[in-house]
Write a protein that binds this ligand. Structure first.
Ligand SMILES: [Ca+2]
Ligand SMILES: [Ca+2]
Length: 165
């Protein structure tokens, strides 16, 4: 027989379903928000993500790049004129504003590794392309003041259930 003390102990556990916020996409250990209709400069986009308790997305593996590409381009259309020829550009977290050519993920200050650059990039065109954008599932450097959509990322809040004692 379970005594009153034990019954209260069991009742004090509350199961809460933890998931990405509405409008965010769950992939692997993260939640992603794609601002399709909000166009901001890179610094403004970074601030907007932080206001959502997130940061501009750190996207440095092929699977995640592909996942985001299918979310942005659900019809899976291949760019007609070849990769990186569309104007569907989304700010992500990389920058070389501190040291030209030294690309870092701004949120964590660690060097960008991997090579998912659009052909011929980073180009630093005009001498001032210092912010990283997602373009057709690849990376491109662009002018930080350009207003355009962006992708925020936050840690996935849990495996589905959180126990609050
Ligand atoms: Ca640059
Ligand atoms: Ca470029």
């Amino acid at each position: 027989m379970i005594g009153l003390k034990h019954a209260i102990f069991f009742l004090s556990f509350v199961y809460v379903h933890a998931d990405c916020p509405d409008g965010w996409h769950h992939y692997s250990a993260s939640c992603y928000y794609i601002s399709k209709n909000v166009h901001l400069s890179w610094p403004e986009a970074s601030s907007d993500c932080k206001a959502l308790s997130a940061n501009l997305a750190v996207v440095d593996d092929r699977d995640t790049l592909n996942f985001l590409f299918t979310k942005i381009n659900p019809s899976h259309q291949k760019p007609q004129n070849g990769v990186c020829q569309t104007n569907a550009d989304y700010w992500i977290d990389g920058t070389d504003q501190v040291v030209e050519g030294h690309w870092i993920w701004a949120t964590f200050s660690n060097p960008i590794e991997g090579n998912f650059w659009c052909p011929g990039n980073p180009s630093n065109s005009g001498g001032h392309e210092d912010c990283l954008e997602f373009k057709d599932g690849h990376w491109n450097d662009d002018v930080c003041t350009t207003p355009q959509p962006f992708i925020c990322e936050m840690e996935y809040p849990g495996g589905g259930q959180t126990i609050i004692g």
